[in-house]
Design a protein around this ligand. Structure first.
Ligand SMILES: Cc1cc2nc3c(=O)[nH]c(=O)nc-3n(C[C@H](O)[C@H](O)[C@H](O)COP(=O)(O)OP(=O)(O)OC[C@H]3O[C@@H](n4cnc5c(N)ncnc54)[C@H](O)[C@@H]3O)c2cc1C
Length: 280
């Protein structure tokens, strides 16, 4: 089997986990292959939940619906399930990621590709950060992390679908960095997207609902810290353990216990992420 884990050195003194899955595609394929056929229904964008007796009807954009007696929202940072559980809003962290990807990087960004040598680079200087990662299928993923005002993605008027526009911003914003990074913009086989980083406060909590919960970024987000996937995977494991534990006589009790532990654990992760100093 292809090796899927690699080491990743993060901030000095950071207490989070220091291993990272470099080849996420193969891991995803491995996990999906372990499921019964048709467990995953693709191309079904969830839009709405409707109560139906003691369960829920899930409504999808393609016109289909599905009934579930228990719904677990794991639909990420812009979750559409979350609002059925809590109205707690997220806060802008002050940091925005400009994410990009270069396909066939050995050809399209040969110097940076040689530099990362199948691994990962974390470069931080003068309050700005660049991360480069090799992906299993030969592309190079990268992102910048910079302090930008709230709504900068819109107010900067940068067209992130236009490579030249992003390059113009990059040259100005990273003018005190080496030109070696400009190779990121030397190919058209790439894409860019701006992702403002939000977080939920460390003391968030809600009343557990008997047949509806959420995990991962839908439930908790921190400012960038490289820990979101670890937390999301732990959520999935601990929710499974709670639901199958003989300790609880109802699903409601299991969900209440799970959510209490999840919120306590991710509160610490949020504290740690908020304590990271991006201004160095
Ligand atoms: C640029 C960037 C870099 C990051 N780097 C790291 C890192 O190095 N290490 C780390 O640990 N974390 C990292 N994170 C954070 C990490 O990606 C998240 O914490 C993690 O992916 C959360 O997992 P999740 O399953 O909750 O959500 P996601 O991985 O976002 O998965 C949500 C899924 O739900 C689907 N979905 C969303 N809405 C709907 C809908 N309406 N209907 C149907 N499906 C829907 C999406 O298509 C997606 O497949 C990074 C985040 C970003 C933006």
């Amino acid at each position: 089997m292809q090796e899927i884990a690699g080491t990743f050195n993060y901030f000095e003194g950071y207490t989070g986990l220091k291993h990272e899955i470099l080849h996420r595609g193969p891991l995803r394929d491995l996990l999906i292959a372990s499921l019964n056929e048709n467990t995953v229904v693709w191309n079904s964008k969830f839009t709405e939940l409707k109560q139906n007796g003691s369960g829920w009807d899930l409504v999808f954009e393609n016109g289909t619906t599905a009934y579930a007696d228990l719904v677990i929202g794991s639909d990420g940072a812009n979750s559409k399930v979350r609002k059925y559980i809590t109205d707690i809003e997220r806060t802008y962290s002050g940091l925005t990621i400009v994410e990009g990807n270069i396909y066939n990087a050995a050809v399209n960004a040969p110097h940076l590709w040689a530099l990362i040598s199948g691994g990962k680079i974390f470069a931080h200087w003068n309050s700005k950060t660049i991360l480069l990662s090799a992906k299993g299928e030969g592309s190079l993923s990268f992102y910048t992390i910079t302090e930008e005002p709230d709504e900068w993605t819109k107010t900067s008027r940068i067209d992130f679908s236009n490579k030249e526009a992003v390059f113009t911003w990059f040259k100005q914003r990273f003018s005190d960095w080496s030109n070696d990074w400009h190779e990121i913009f030397s190919t058209d086989e790439s894409y860019f997207v701006s992702r403002p980083q939000y977080y939920f406060s460390q003391d968030q909590s809600w009343q557990t609902i008997a047949n509806l919960t959420m995990i991962g970024d839908a439930a908790h987000q921190t400012p960038p810290s490289g820990d979101g996937v670890n937390q999301a995977m732990l959520d999935a494991l601990e929710l499974y353990e709670a639901l199958f534990s003989e300790e609880f006589t109802t699903v409601h009790e299991a969900l209440a216990s799970f959510e209490e532990k999840m919120l306590a654990r991710t509160s610490v992760a949020t504290e740690e992420a908020l304590a990271l100093n991006w201004n160095g």
